[in-house]
Design a protein around this ligand. Structure first.
Ligand SMILES: NC(=O)C1=CN([C@@H]2O[C@H](COP(=O)(O)OP(=O)(O)OC[C@H]3O[C@@H](n4cnc5c(N)ncnc54)[C@H](OP(=O)(O)O)[C@@H]3O)[C@@H](O)[C@H]2O)[C@@H](O)CC1
Ligand SMILES: Nc1ncnc2c1ncn2[C@@H]1O[C@H](COP(=O)(O)OP(=O)(O)O)[C@@H](O)[C@H]1O
Ligand SMILES: [K+]
Length: 511
């Protein structure tokens, strides 16, 4: 799914009105009715106090439409018009008028702190103050109202965007932003919903298809994509009946050191579970018995050093090599990575200490084969590309790095970002149970395996990150977040792959 900017969405809005020959008021009615349906499905008539805070632009207009439908369905609704300006939009005014025919309870005008209502923890708050039209930070009494809503701890549903959040920049420190529990957003996700600095404002997210012009949405150039099941499934290559293990790649996992042999074991397990035909490991000698016992399906070669890697095996024929997990950063191991990079021509996967070695020895970056995949977490990324000012700056620096060295970067996190040149793919699978030692090692194994199975490096990274997250979701649903171990993620890869082609049952279809 394309992630669009506020400008692109406003343009889509205009095109839809032209091509579908509807008024903007009709489009607002359509969008806000979808929101009402979602609320009604969940509340099912519950008599809880609903407080709708409407701005005076079109986000506020949406709020008025939602409130009208709620009132007509017997809900206990109070409407507040947050009168931050006199420039009421036409569609806001039209819907303000429409309220007259259905209720005698006129909306309450908020013009300053004196008009603030009481907001209780048990209230249901609808935030329709600002959407994609916010163009400067919220200030003065409106900022205080945002604080009051947040402090109330009432369940807060944001319409289109939590008020105070910009679609294209990070709010400053101490900025007033609604901390939503749930955001219902129109047509396309916005990038800020997924960035570490801003995602917490959004709460749970649902995108509503409000039927904006398909042709325009298909044509529009968007370098940022959200990766969910449909996108991941489109990358998957089915196995052939007439095939053998030689068709599915021989991967070589290079890493481990004394005390950190478990890491390579996790990576190799994940590679085999993702479907590699053959898996070899190159490790310091101390790991030999551990790996041979822990993973009988794998083959093991050992370095002459018993505790760390010092070389790379000459003339070893693997389809893809992965380097770094548990390897340490000693000078001898730097030599091992240098040997590896001097002898392979095909894309490699570099993770963990492999990345730290590259950061400490930047000249090695020039030796990376084109389209190699680097999988840093934010700490490793900082060492690689330097400090950034905010998440937008981070993405710019990451794109520059990807272009300079011609590599695919996977920035790991709650939403991992896969970057190649100017293209960005935001992952939407996974859960906090995956914040556990070794889960990154599993990811490297998945990506390496897909590369060995002839996936293009970018596809291997995007699909690998998605499958890894989905495996974590299966592990968490069985075990609970706290009990997920990295090995459990590896054990669930098969379920994640099968799930690519299972259609999701809608809530309304469940008994
Ligand atoms: N995209 C779609 O297809 C559809 C979109 N729809 C809906 O439209 C929403 C966008 O509506 P919108 O453009 O009217 O902007 P909105 O967010 O209501 O705010 C604008 C007002 O705020 C003002 N203002 C800005 N910053 C301010 C500040 N800090 N402090 C004070 N004032 C500030 C600004 O005025 P200014 O003072 O800058 O001239 C203006 O008056 C979108 O999010 C969605 O909900 C659906 O109805 C249908 C389909
Ligand atoms: N809250 C979360 N939601 C989704 N995925 C997560 C979350 N926390 C961690 N992950 C995933 O788990 C992995 C952690 O990797 P990493 O930090 O390298 O761990 P380690 O070094 O212990 O292997 C990444 O793939 C990351 O995307
Ligand atoms: K809002």
């Amino acid at each position: 799914m394309k992630i669009l900017t506020a400008e692109q969405l406003s343009e889509a809005d205009k095109r839809t009105i032209e091509r579908q020959n509807i008024t903007s008021e009709e489009l607002m009615e359509r969008a806000a009715t979808l929101v009402f349906n979602e609320i009604h499905n969940r509340l099912n008539g519950a008599p809880i106090p609903i407080k709708v805070f409407c701005g005076i632009g079109n986000n506020g207009g949406d709020g008025l439409v939602i409130a009208r439908h709620l009132i007509q369905h017997g809900y206990h609704v109070t409407i507040y018009v947050v009168n931050y300006s006199d420039k009421r939009s036409d569609d806001f005014l039209a819907n303000y008028e429409k309220l007259k025919s259905i209720t005698n309870d006129w909306p309450q005008l908020i013009k300053g702190e004196d008009n603030f209502p009481e907001i209780n923890t048990g209230d249901f708050v609808i935030d329709a103050m600002f959407g994609i039209g916010l163009n400067r930070p919220i200030e003065g009494w409106v900022a205080k109202l945002v604080g009051l809503i947040n402090d109330s701890k009432a369940f807060t549903l944001a319409i289109d965007m939590p008020s105070g959040l910009f679609s294209d920049k990070v709010p400053g420190n101490d900025a007033a932003v609604i901390e939503a529990d749930f955001t219902l957003s129109f047509q396309a996700p916005k990038l800020v919903f997924f960035l570490p600095e801003t995602m917490d404002y959004v709460g749970d997210l649902q995108i509503l298809d409000i039927g904006l012009d398909r042709e325009f949405l298909a044509e529009i150039k968007a370098p940022i994509h959200l990766i969910e099941k449909v996108e991941a499934a489109s990358l998957y290559k089915p196995r052939k009946t007439n095939s053998h293990k030689g068709d599915y790649g021989h991967v070589l996992i290079v890493g481990g050191s004394y005390g950190k042999i478990g890491s390579v074991l996790l990576t190799a397990t994940a590679a085999l579970k993702t479907g590699s035909g053959l898996c070899s490991l190159y490790i310091p000698e101390c790991g030999y018995n551990i790996v041979q016992t822990g993973l009988p399906e794998a083959m093991v070669l050992t370095d002459k050093d018993s505790e760390q890697l010092t070389t790379y095996p000459e003339d070893f024929e693997a389809d893809v090599v992965c380097f770094g997990m548990g390897a340490g950063t000693s000078q001898k191991t730097v030599g091992a990575l240098e040997d590896l990079l001097n002898s392979v021509k095909e894309p490699v996967v570099i993770d963990a200490d492999g990345l730290n070695i590259l950061s400490n020895n930047k000249k090695l970056l020039d030796l990376l084969p084109k389209d190699s995949v680097l999988t840093p977490h934010p700490g490793e990324l900082k060492r690689l590309i330097g400090e950034w000012q905010d998440d937008f700056d981070k993405l710019e620096k990451a794109k520059d790095f990807s272009k300079k060295y011609d590599v695919v970067l996977v920035i790991k996190g709650a939403h991992s970002f896969t970057i190649k040149g100017d293209e960005i793919y935001v992952n939407n699978s996974g859960n906090p149970g995956m914040a556990t030692a070794g889960s990154g090692d599993v990811l490297s194994g998945v990506i390496t395996s897909l590369l060995g199975q002839s996936y293009e490096p970018l596809s291997a990274a995007i699909l690998g990150v998605y499958l890894h997250g989905r495996s974590g979701d299966f592990a968490a649903s069985e075990l609970g977040y706290e009990s997920v171990l990295a090995g459990d993620i590896a054990q669930n890869i098969g379920k994640a792959v099968k799930d690519l082609f299972q259609s999701e049952m809608k809530d309304s279809e469940r008994n």
